[in-house]
Design a protein around this ligand. Structure first.
Ligand code: 9MR
Length: 830
């Protein structure tokens, strides 16, 4: 029997040779942009290149076996007659050719086919149409590309480790403790929990849950919430399998994650040298500061025909694994960083953990909370993207700035030689600036009045410009050299921007816009609560939590609690504890971010209601991201035994160059994506059940990227969880406070706070603490002394001893710089 007779049906080695599922996994050189036209892949080939390989359309990852015979077939046409090369070769040096055919293309599509016998084994082969060397420009179209022969491409089987799936970091001592067992069994199985010494410390029976639709697996769940002893190195066993080790008592891990997830932004910064002393192992030169070979971002022209000016748009964060900077995605990201901070004023939380000096960033010692310093890095960039006053579309905001063509991996930002271009203004980008600059205005006021004023002015201008230009949409087609971030419905961005402007200014016009928006009363708690494209929920959450005079604020608050109930029900119905159940069942790009944003709603419901089920839901919801899933994968670098570490990035490209680092600890991978748009995922994961549509490979940009808007969600949730200690019943408040204004005129006010001791014990030498959410400043207290640092007020009452049930009243005399003067949202005594 000859080798080739071993395979009865010739195997197809090409993925998507018919272009029925778009262009992936095909690639092309930057000078030959390609797209699917009438079902064929058509590429514009430039004039004036020299060599055939100066313009290529190709597919990598081709397996070839020595001695096997193969047939390459395709249909091709060219708008000018041209002879090109059709090669089957190694994808990397020395590019050894197994076949190099010379098809003569004509305007009429023709079929070509060639056979050859492979001389060597490889898993890194390539089919390459080398189409450079023409004096004139022309268009190539390809269809039905096929390479048949050899063994069927190997079926990728992920290493999923033990079939008992746990949160690989561990569980809050007093929190919920759930695990999942993948098993054929249909009846309950015994489980055992062992401590590090191997002693069984708890046991019970699993609950069969049937076939889980997100994984296709038959699964059982284990609930060991009753075990409440802190420890490290515990394991859970069932059905003859033992989980990876984990801890009980993980508050410190969430404290670390809060800092790591937020410190991710420093190494993503553009326009500043990254110092090894701050981010060990991540030092690099400042990117895109106008030093060759960079071509920006200090003096960037528009795309041809878009504008006649140039802007200095240095700074900000690189969006993701690419070097693009997008106002739309920057908006939701900076919103969540500022919201992480604002929550410290609105709920029981540890403001000190986000204070000056808390993160790994350079701006220590300036008395500004580090999370706000980091947010400012992006806000300053977004301000620079606003169209100058004297220009057409003044006040609108350019959608994005990025490279003219896609660059390869790895690439240090400072070494990026591509021209940078400003893309047209969009209503969505303009409203992203309006929303976040308005939000920033109230938060920065206590630290930097001039910056706050600048933000507020920019927000007002942007909002007015968006009202005047309500339908300038960023098109989906604008995705060359950077992401499109396209959006053709900006009613949600209008709602969000109006909400932030109203909360910061209290002005009727913005309130009217909020109330008139259909989003104000809609049930916007969809299967995915929000993301960069759907931002109405961000407005809703802030209207629910930031104090204001909104007439129906109670209804708004209740809507958040009701929405959270839905995510909780989804989580409870999922044997993997997933909060996300998309309509149609397919997981979207960045599904981990959607899981987390749903948890933001659940966490906010806890802050509003104090109902423990919501806090437990957030803790339980994190289990999925930290390893309780079908792949036994922690999606956060540095957290858990089997954590993602090869996320798609030009900077953290250790997988491609061992001299480069992996992504920093606390980097969230985008996660399972049913559409597997990138070549690696398309090839390895075809036909995947949603949870299996993920691979920790640097080239899998559609399942495994890092992104500023994903880490912002992680930061928010990690910060919430870190504030929850080890779970369990929240400590009962020591006092109740009723706060009201007794005089309010022309910016001056007198407020009265009556504090009642609701604890069963006498308070001695106690203090009252709260934070203002507006621009209030207390000058003087009556019946006590008041000390205000930024927005935080600490009152030492003259009545230093307060018996159970006893009350005391303190008057606060102060003023507001601008904006409304709402009562603080949260008080604490002790
Ligand atoms: O996160 C974005 C996702 O929702 C979109 O479906 C996808 C395709 O448009 O783009 C994602 O954003 C990418 C952006 O376009 C470019 N930078 C990397 C982003 C994350 O993959």
């Amino acid at each position: 029997m000859t080798a080739s007779a071993a395979y009865a049906d010739p195997a197809e080695q090409i993925v998507n040779g018919t272009f029925d599922s778009g262009t992936d996994p095909w690639w092309w050189t930057g000078n030959a942009p390609a797209s699917v036209v009438n079902g064929r892949l058509c590429a514009t080939i430039p004039a004036g290149t020299t060599n055939p390989w100066d313009a290529i359309i190709g597919q990598n990852g081709i397996n070839l076996q020595a001695g096997e015979s193969y047939r390459l077939a395709f249909e091709a046409s060219a708008t000018v007659p041209v002879t090109v090369r059709a090669n089957v070769q190694l994808a990397d040096p020395p590019y050894t050719q197994e076949l190099s055919a010379l098809p003569a293309l004509t305007a009429q599509p023709q079929e070509f086919s060639y056979t050859f016998t492979a001389a060597a084994d490889t898993t890194a082969g390539q089919v390459a149409f080398q189409v450079g060397g023409s004096a004139t420009a022309w268009t190539l179209c390809l269809d039905n590309v096929s390479l048949q022969g050899g063994a069927p491409p190997p079926v990728y089987v992920p290493d999923t480790g033990p079939r008992v799936r746990v949160n690989q970091v561990g569980y809050l001592t007093n929190g919920p403790k759930q695990a999942t067992v993948v098993t054929e069994a249909t009846t309950a199985l015994p489980w055992q929990l062992r401590n590090a010494a191997g002693t069984v410390v708890a046991s019970g029976a699993t609950t069969p849950r049937g076939v889980d639709p997100t994984s296709g697996q038959n699964v059982h769940t284990v609930d060991f919430s009753g075990y409440r002893t802190a420890g490290t190195g515990l394991t859970l066993s069932a059905d003859g399998e033992t989980s990876v080790p984990f801890d009980v008592g993980v508050n410190a891990a969430y404290e670390k994650l809060r800092v790591d997830a937020l410190s991710f932004y420093y190494t993503q910064r553009s326009g500043i040298e990254i110092l090894d002393s701050i981010a060990p192992g991540y030092a690099r030169k400042a990117g895109h500061v106008g030093v060759a070979p960079n071509q920006g971002d200090t003096d960037v022209p528009c795309q041809p025909g878009v504008c006649d000016y140039r802007l200095d748009v240095r700074g900000g964060w690189y969006d993701a694994g690419d070097h693009g900077k997008y106002v739309v995605n920057g908006g939701i990201s900076v919103y969540q960083l500022m919201s992480t901070f604002e929550r410290t004023k609105l709920a029981a939380s540890r403001a000190d953990k986000l204070a000056d000096g808390s993160l790994r960033i350079p701006e220590h010692g300036n008395k500004v909370p580090d999370v706000l310093d980091e947010a400012r890095w992006e806000l300053e960039f977004m301000l620079r993207m606003q169209v100058p006053a004297s220009k057409p579309l003044a006040g609108m905001v350019h959608h994005k700035v990025h490279d003219q063509a896609w660059t390869g991996l790895p690439l240090d930002p400072a070494a990026d030689p591509q021209p940078r271009e400003l893309h047209p203004p969009s209503t969505a980008a303009t409203l992203n600036l309006a929303a976040t600059a308005a939000q920033g205005a109230r938060l920065f006021q206590p630290y930097d009045k001039a910056f706050a004023a600048k933000l507020l002015a920019a927000a007002r201008t942007a909002y007015a410009a968006a009202v005047a230009n309500p339908a300038i949409y960023a098109p989906a087609s604008d995705g060359i050299g950077g992401g499109a971030y396209d959006d053709t419905d900006v009613t949600d961005e209008f709602y969000w921007a109006a909400a932030e402007l109203y909360l910061s200014t209290g002005e009727k016009a913005y309130r009217d816009a909020v109330v008139a928006s259909p989003w104000h009363t809609a049930d916007l708690f969809r299967p995915e609560a929000f993301d960069w494209k759907f931002t109405a929920t961000a407005g809703r959450l802030d209207l629910a939590t930031v104090p204001s005079g909104l007439p129906d604020r109670d209804r708004v608050r209740k809507s958040v609690v009701d929405g959270a109930q839905k995510y909780l029900a989804t989580l409870q119905a999922s044997p993997y504890g997933i909060t996300y159940a998309p309509i149609g069942g397919k997981f979207d790009w960045g599904s981990n971010n959607l899981v987390l944003n749903n948890l933001v709603v659940v966490a906010t419901a806890y802050d509003i209601s104090g109902a423990a089920q919501f806090r437990d839901g957030v803790a339980g919801g994190m289990d999925y991201l930290l390893g309780r899933n079908a792949l036994n994968q922690s999606y956060i670098t540095g957290y858990g035994e089997r954590a993602s570490k090869n996320q798609h990035s030009r900077m953290y490209a250790h997988q491609l160059n061992p001299a480069l680092p992996n992504p920093p600890s606390g980097s969230l991978a985008g996660g399972p994506n049913s559409s597997i748009q990138d070549p690696v995922a398309a090839k390895l994961l075809a036909g995947c059940a949603p949870q299996f549509c993920y691979v920790d490979d640097i080239e899998s940009w559609s399942t495994n990227e890092i992104t500023i808007n994903w880490n912002s969600t992680l930061s928010w949730v990690a910060s919430f969880l870190a504030d929850q200690g080890e779970g369990g019943p929240a400590p009962a408040p020591v006092c109740s406070v009723s706060y009201s204004k007794v005089f309010d005129f022309g910016g001056a006010f007198i407020a009265q706070a009556t504090i009642r001791n609701t604890s069963g014990r006498t308070l001695n030498d106690w203090k009252l603490r709260f934070a203002y959410t507006g621009t209030q400043k207390v000058d003087l207290a009556v019946n006590g002394t008041a000390r205000q640092t930024a927005a935080s007020v600490e009152v030492t009452p003259w009545q230093s001893r307060l018996r159970p049930g006893e009350s005391t009243t303190i008057l606060l005399v102060g003023r507001v710089d601008w904006g409304p003067n709402p009562a603080p949202a949260h008080f604490s005594c002790g």
